[in-house]
Each structure stands twice: as structure tokens, then as C-alpha cells.
Design a protein around this ligand. Structure first.
Ligand SMILES: C[S@@+](CC[C@H](N)C(=O)[O-])C[C@H]1O[C@@H](n2cnc3c(N)ncnc32)[C@H](O)[C@@H]1O
Length: 234
């Protein structure tokens, strides 16, 4: 019984993950509103084969850059669309793999992503990848220490993906909540299973927080996310 359940959950992500919708979406005609990232959906006329090649290459080198597994990228893509997120923040860009998945989701919602990376080489590589994916109008890359930049940046955000230094989650939370996380907003923290010890203070706090609903879940049956939803009414 247990084996069958696990199999069917795997099959769910295999068949309903971002891949199908992503490549269908990539064939949309260009919008006259190109560049107007906050005024509604706009899609770049990107070549689906080129996009697939870029994502395959980035995925193949993912271990070098500590990027999320592809399934988690697909899951973030789906979450951004399902929550109708429009102002998204990512901490820890690396080479831009998760940023591209979320950026492609934002093509549907008409939103934008701001992503912060401390390492110059990774930041520059991410900038190139974002340009190759046709997402330069939708993704704002910041080179800097996220602990400093989050304190400076304007919110509120309705979706935050926290994937930089794992020990830093508590500090990020204190800088984001309450003013920079919108009511109804989502905090998604990666590596919440395998690196739970490095963020124990955060996990203990958020699971008890009266203003959030929190689940720990996995799309890969390996590592996973801590997902927290901020109640609309406190
Ligand atoms: C796990 S990787 C991010 C992977 C990326 N989200 C993806 O899936 O493609 C973590 C990244 O966070 C960056 N990082 C670590 N501490 C940081 C900080 N204080 N501010 C900004 N970036 C930081 C690291 O340089 C590294 O590139």
C-alpha cells in the first residue's frame, strides 16, 4: 500500500510538473507590452528547443552550483502561478536555475522576481542565463549580501524563496516579517529536510507561529521545502 502511494505521488509530479505547461507557454506570440513587467502577462517569443537546451544544461551542472533539483524548480514554477504571485523575492540566485523557473511562472501572472546573490561569478553567470531565457525584463538580479539587501529592499513581497545561507533564515525572517511579506504571502525555504539542523531555530519558530500555516514537504522524495502561508487576517 505504502509503495503504491509513493509511486503515485512520483507519477503526479512527473505528469503534472512544469515541463508540459512550460514548453506550451513558450510558444506564445510576443506581446506589445514587452518590458512592462507589472502591467500584466507578457510572453517573449522564445524558442522552446533553446529554452529546453538551456534548462537541461543548467540542470546537468546543478550540483556545481547547489541549485534546486529540476522537480523542485518545476514545483516553484507551479507555486508561483497557483498563488498568482506578482512580487517575488529570491535569496541565493546561484547560476539562476530556480530564478528561471519562477520567472517563467511570472510570465503568466505578469509579476517580477528580485533575486540576490553574494558571489560575483555566480551573479554574472545567472545574468547571462536569465538573458538567454529571455527573462531580463522580468528578473532583477542584485549582487550583494542578502542580509544587507533584504533590510534595504522595498516590499511587500507575496512570495519569498529563501535559498541562501541556511543558518541565516531567522535573520531573513526578522527582516521580512511583518512589513515585507504581504498578508496571504508565502515563505518557501529550501533544504528543510536535509539541512533541518542548520535552520532548527527558524523551523521551530515558524511551525509554532500563530500567523502562519506551515508544512514541510518534498517533491523529490529526498530533500524538500518548508512552506509557510501568512494568514490574511491575523
Ligand atoms: C543553494 S544555492 C542557490 C541555488 C539557487 N536558488 C538555484 O536553485 O538555482 C545558495 C546560493 O546562495 C548564495 N549565498 C550564500 N550566502 C548568501 C548571502 N548572505 N547573500 C546572498 N547570497 C548568498 C551562495 O553563494 C549560493 O550561490
Amino acid at each position: 500500500m505504502k509503495t503504491r502511494q509513493l509511486f503515485s505521488r512520483r507519477e503526479f509530479f512527473k505528469t503534472t510538473g512544469g515541463t508540459l505547461s512550460l514548453f506550451a507557454m513558450a510558444t506564445y506570440v510576443p506581446s506589445a507590452m514587452a518590458g512592462a513587467v507589472e502591467s500584466g502577462p507578457h510572453r517573449v517569443n522564445r524558442n522552446p528547443a533553446e529554452l529546453r537546451r538551456l534548462l537541461d544544461e543548467m540542470d546537468a551542472r546543478g550540483h556545481q552550483f547547489w541549485s534546486v533539483p529540476r522537480k523542485d524548480g518545476e514545483f516553484l514554477h507551479l507555486l508561483v502561478k497557483a498563488t498568482r504571485a506578482r512580487n517575488v523575492l529570491e535569496l541565493g540566485t546561484s547560476h539562476g536555475f530556480s530564478a528561471i523557473w519562477m520567472g517563467l511562472g511570472l510570465e503568466e501572472t505578469g509579476g517580477r522576481l528580485t533575486t540576490i546573490e553574494i558571489e560575483k561569478e555566480r551573479y554574472e553567470l545567472a545574468r547571462r542565463h536569465v538573458a538567454e531565457a529571455g527573462l531580463s525584463q522580468r528578473i532583477i538580479l542584485i549582487k550583494g549580501d542578502a542580509h544587507v539587501e533584504v533590510a534595504r529592499i522595498e516590499g511587500p513581497f507575496d512570495f519569498v524563496f529563501m535559498d541562501a545561507d541556511k543558518e541565516g533564515q531567522m535573520d531573513y525572517f526578522n527582516k521580512l516579517y511583518p512589513k515585507k511579506l504581504a498578508p496571504g504571502g508565502i515563505l518557501a525555504v529550501h533544504n528543510a529536510i536535509r539541512q533541518a539542523n542548520s535552520m532548527k531555530d527558524y523551523l521551530d519558530m515558524i511551525r509554532k507561529h500563530p500567523d502562519f500555516d506551515t508544512v514541510i514537504m518534498s517533491a523529490t522524495m529526498d530533500d524538500g521545502f518548508c512552506l509557510s502561508y501568512r494568514h490574511r487576517v491575523a
